[in-house]
Design a protein around this ligand. Structure first.
Ligand SMILES: *Cc1c(COP(=O)(O)O)cnc(C)c1O
Length: 382
């Protein structure tokens, strides 16, 4: 028998979360809500491209970073728009974009030069990225109009199809003033330029009224919320009607009582003050569970919430069985997801974010896809 660890991917939860986001955008946004690029980079935040293609079948488009992932979407039958969020990297990529009808971000002069030197059979759709203050990718505001004009010239020459405007927020999760300043830079730099607009990540998409205030034909780019994670420190995913799309589960492979005064695990980071019954869980950092998880990190055993004790080892961790006297070898454990703590609750004491944990589940963890082919639930969250 393999180790009992398992990552279950809930396809209906992906669909439910997409629907929840679409509904939130539709509210008060006038006649038509923005279109949604479901962001499926990094193997769909660890959930698998195939599952994302199925779960996000109702999205208007899919956005990712890797050419291979975009091609995989086509191979799985996705016929809608695809967008590479970092664009392409070398001239040879343009042929692949052309062949599979993959749209691209254009964020630098080098990409424009490659397009100007390239040839395509079908015009590529593109978003020209503006750096409004994230200071990562994108043209600086003073260089934007010239870059956009070159994109429009490429459109007139048949290399590009639809050309749109795009930026990315640095603090949509925690600082409305910075986002408002970025929006002002965006409005000024793009004023009068034709084409659709794409500015909102999950945090901006879920901020009441933000997307509705962006003029023009709009595409939002939610990622984490579609997987049931929250982009906000202060708002839980559950409170926004989102459901976990991944459950990391395991079982106890040992249970015993640690005598008072004895330490547990490497470094004896937890020392029992009184005799303490503990369970050994088949899950460690080699499975992608964070080694930084301190004593107290939430975990569920037999459906009862308890805590991690001491240091996480490569293949095992230890849970406090004090609140779960019935637990024994074989008892089910949920590390995060359905029936356990949210991935955000686990990430917080580890000093990281749910995104990182979802992406980091190791290849050695077996995956089970749940609910493939089952219609998504359409009621309002848990
Ligand atoms: C990752 C990414 C997103 C989605 O971000 P979330 O915070 O997961 O919603 C949107 N746009 C770009 C350019 C990205 O790289």
């Amino acid at each position: 028998m393999p180790r009992p660890i398992l990552a279950t991917i809930h396809v209906p939860a992906l669909s439910h979360n997409l629907e929840t986001v679409a509904r939130a955008l539709g509210r008060g946004a006038g006649a038509s809500r923005p279109s949604i690029w479901a962001v499926i980079k990094a193997n769909a935040y660890g959930h698998g491209i195939d599952q994302a293609v199925e779960g996000f079948a109702q999205a208007e488009g899919l956005a990712m970073l890797d050419l291979d992932e975009a091609v995989r979407c086509r191979e799985r039958g996705w016929s809608g728009p695809l967008l590479l969020l970092e664009g392409f990297f070398e001239p040879a990529d343009i042929e692949v974009l052309d062949h599979y009808r993959i749209g691209t971000t254009i964020h630098c002069d080098e990409q424009l030069e490659m397009l100007e030197a390239g040839q395509v059979r079908h015009a590529l759709d593109a978003f020209v990225k503006l750096d409004t203050g994230m200071h990562r990718l994108g043209f600086r505001p003073q260089a934007y109009r010239a870059a956009y004009q070159r994109a429009l010239d490429l459109r007139d020459g048949g290399v590009l199809g639809t050309v749109g405007k795009m930026t990315h927020f640095a603090r949509a999760d925690d600082d409305p003033a910075t986002t408002a300043a970025q929006l002002r830079v965006f409005a000024a730099a793009t004023e009068g330029l034709p084409g659709p607009v794409s500015v909102c990540n999950s945090a901006a998409t879920l901020t009441e009224g933000l997307a509705a205030g962006v003029p023009g034909e709009q595409w939002v780019r939610p990622g984490i919320c579609l997987y049931g994670g929250s982009p906000f420190d202060e708002r839980s995913a559950g409170s926004m009607g989102l459901r976990p799309a991944m459950t990391l589960s395991s079982r106890l492979i040992g249970a015993h009582t640690v005598p008072a005064g004895e330490g547990v695990g490497y470094g004896h980071r937890f020392v029992a003050e009184r005799p303490t019954r503990v369970g050994v869980v088949a899950c460690g950092y080699a499975d992608g569970y964070p080694r930084h998880a301190p004593t107290g990190t939430p975990i569920t055993v037999e459906g009862v919430r308890t805590r991690v004790l001491g240091r996480v080892s490569m293949d095992m961790l230890v849970a406090d069985l004090d609140p779960v006297p019935q637990a024994r070898v074989g008892s089910p454990v949920v590390l995060w997801g359905e029936g356990g703590p949210s991935v955000d609750e686990v990430a917080r004491p580890c000093g990281t974010i749910g995104y990182e944990l979802l992406c980091a589940v190791a290849p050695r963890v077996p995956r089970r896809v749940q609910g493939a082919g089952i219609a998504p639930l359409s009621d309002e969250g848990p």
